[in-house]
Design a protein around this ligand. Structure first.
Ligand SMILES: CC(=O)SCCNC(=O)CCNC(=O)[C@H](O)C(C)(C)COP(=O)(O)OP(=O)(O)OC[C@H]1O[C@@H](n2cnc3c(N)ncnc32)[C@H](O)[C@@H]1OP(=O)(O)O
Ligand SMILES: CC(C)C(=O)C(=O)O
Length: 520
């Protein structure tokens, strides 16, 4: 209790690493535009820090971080760098455009990592850390130092390196549980001991970065908060290397819901949580499991009679959070074929979307098309339409026409017409089912060597007339892109998803893409 009182009133900083560690999720690769869309949404969510990427990793990552630093205001924009000159200089070149740039430099401190990976002695690691922090400090006052694999490091060595890093100018000291090995009591104690044994710790903020290998990332982060950590590194939907990072939504809602226990609030605009989760899922292609805490489809669903009875009498019997708090609206304003532009605009506003008139018009048109096919349009349908319209991928090929036929004892066939910058290309193919036939016809029309590596389909809502959402992964020359398509017709949704991935591949291969991005 004494511990907690000491930190009362200070807000917990949310450091979002969806665009860096989150992108390390196997199978995830985001392009410049997608990273920008996510960063803008993270700014609406009001995270304190966006770790926008690892600029040395690739030209694409460098450009994406630079673009976010230039165009996203509000949060601190951080770039990751190993403890060496080139990484730090390049990270600075990318983040320097931000209102408040941060360089985040790291080096491993566990004996295992130092001996086998870095092949450096303890003294050499301290020297590299100090030099890195000093160099970063020449560029920006905001420097974070991470001791990779801290939870498996010798604590005495950890105290020493943290003290040296703070003396060199680090303003944030990050304690990663890199391999998700710690358990909450142990991790909380480690944070407590760091506060006790690092004499200059009062000059820096203690941060934690927990991985979920044992399913303890959130519990460990909260144990750290209990012991004085003031910054938590998280990723939306718990994305990240291997089993992922502490999930932003779980950390924020644990601190928010149990504010009687955790006295430090966050500055997160919780009503943007659900939308952020949807956007990240749509762009990364990583679906949120239905039973996922906070943002899963079942998170606020009550299936059994006793629970339903309780909730009908008094919601708090079985609900510890209100769905509206995370931006899931329970408003029953029915939208359908006869709804007009005003009501639609109002609905979008009520759902928390802040779209331009041009975007509203585009989504309204799609809404009307859908209303012709579907009696009642739910908020989930509207979400799917907004995501499709607002997430822009430069389109080389547009679907103009599709006809697919199939049946038992019949060879499936498909005819597609694609529009390539004003020119119509028509192709037909047979296949093993209508989706396969459609994909073969599309491949012929696009003329590329594309390989479908993954295909998933789900219904956005229930019912026969539900929108189907298809997510595909398509590979060309060892590069994978994710495509997404929605339609009441699942063959059309499949075609749209395939084409969106192909368009991204073509865009990614385009030597002039930086100019295209600059114009957009
Ligand atoms: C715990 C984390 O999540 S850390 C972030 C991990 N993320 C990534 O690795 C994604 C991006 N990575 C990449 O694109 C590449 O690994 C790069 C560009 C960073 C480096 O690529 P390469 O130069 O080909 O090196 P490679 O990845 O094979 O090996 C890493 C090198 O960095 C060194 N290294 C690793 N961490 C650090 C560090 N924190 N500080 C200094 N050097 C380091 C390794 O010892 C190794 O050095 P060596 O080449 O002299 O043997
Ligand atoms: C770079 C550091 C913070 C990291 O990602 C880890 O240790 O997991």
């Amino acid at each position: 209790m004494e511990e907690r009182r000491a930190y009362m009133g200070k807000h917990i900083q949310i450091f979002d690493t969806t665009l860096r560690d989150g992108e390390q999720t196997p199978g995830v690769s985001l392009n410049l535009q997608e990273k920008y869309e996510i960063a803008k949404q993270l700014a609406k969510l009001n995270v304190d820090i966006i770790e926008a990427g690892f600029p040395i990793a690739s030209r694409g990552d460098f450009e994406a971080v630079k673009n976010i630093a230039k165009n996203v205001s509000g949060p601190v924009i951080a770039g990751l760098a190993r403890a060496n000159k080139q990484d730090i200089e390049i990270a600075w070149e990318a983040v320097k455009y931000a209102e408040r740039p941060r360089i985040h430099t790291f080096i491993a401190t566990s004996d295992i990592h130092m001996k086998y990976k870095l092949k450096m002695t303890r003294d050499q690691v301290i020297e590299a850390a100090v030099n890195a922090v000093k160099l970063a400090k020449r560029f920006t006052p905001d420097v974070e130092f991470s001791a990779e694999d801290a939870s498996r490091s010798d604590p005495e060595f950890l105290y020493r390196i943290f003290e040296e890093a703070i003396k060199a100018g680090a303003t944030v000291i990050n304690v990663p549980d890199t391999v998700g090995y710690a358990v909450p009591w142990e991790f909380g104690r480690l944070i407590h001991k760091i506060r006790e044994n690092v004499p200059s710790i009062y000059k820096a903020i203690i941060s934690v970065h927990c991985h979920d290998d044992l399913g303890l990332a959130v519990a460990n982060s909260l144990a750290a908060v209990e012991n004085g950590a003031q910054q938590i590194e998280v990723a939306v939907n718990g994305l990240g290397e291997r089993a992922g990072n502490a999930a932003l939504e779980e950390i924020v809602m644990a601190l928010n819901t149990r504010s009687d226990f955790f006295m430090n609030p966050t500055r997160i605009e919780t009503t943007q949580i659900y939308r952020t989760s949807r956007l990240v899922s749509a762009l990364t292609g990583i679906q949120v499991p239905p039973n996922k805490a906070i943002v899963g489809a079942n998170a606020f669903a009550h299936e059994s009679g006793i629970h339903q009875h309780g909730v009908l009498e008094e919601k708090s019997t079985y609900e510890i959070m209100k769905p509206e708090t995370i931006g899931v609206s329970t408003n029953k304003l029915v939208m359908g074929k006869h709804s007009g532009r005003h009501a639609f605009k109002e609905k979008l506003k009520e759902m928390g979307y802040n779209l331009s008139d041009e975007e509203i018009n585009k989504v309204f048109q799609k809404f009307k098309d859908l209303a012709d096919k579907k009696k009642e349009i739910s908020e989930k349908d509207i979400e799917a339409l907004v995501e499709e319209e607002v997430i822009i991928t430069p389109e080389t090929f547009k679907l103009e026409y599709l006809q697919a036929t199939s049946g038992s004892g019949v060879v499936a066939s498909a005819v597609v017409k694609l529009n390539k910058m004003g020119v119509t290309i028509e192709e037909a193919a047979c296949g093993d089912g209508p989706v396969d036939a459609t994909y073969r016809a599309i491949e012929r029309a696009c003329g590329g060597d594309f390989k479908l590596v993954d295909y998933t389909i789900k219904a956005v809502t229930g019912g026969k007339d539900a929108l189907g959402e298809v997510i595909v992964r398509v590979e060309k020359n060892n590069k994978i892109q994710i495509g997404r398509g929605v339609s009441t017709d699942i063959i059309e949704a499949s075609a749209k998803a395939y084409l969106s991935a192909i368009n991204k591949i073509i865009y990614d291969d385009n030597p002039y893409k930086e100019r295209i991005d600059a114009v957009q």
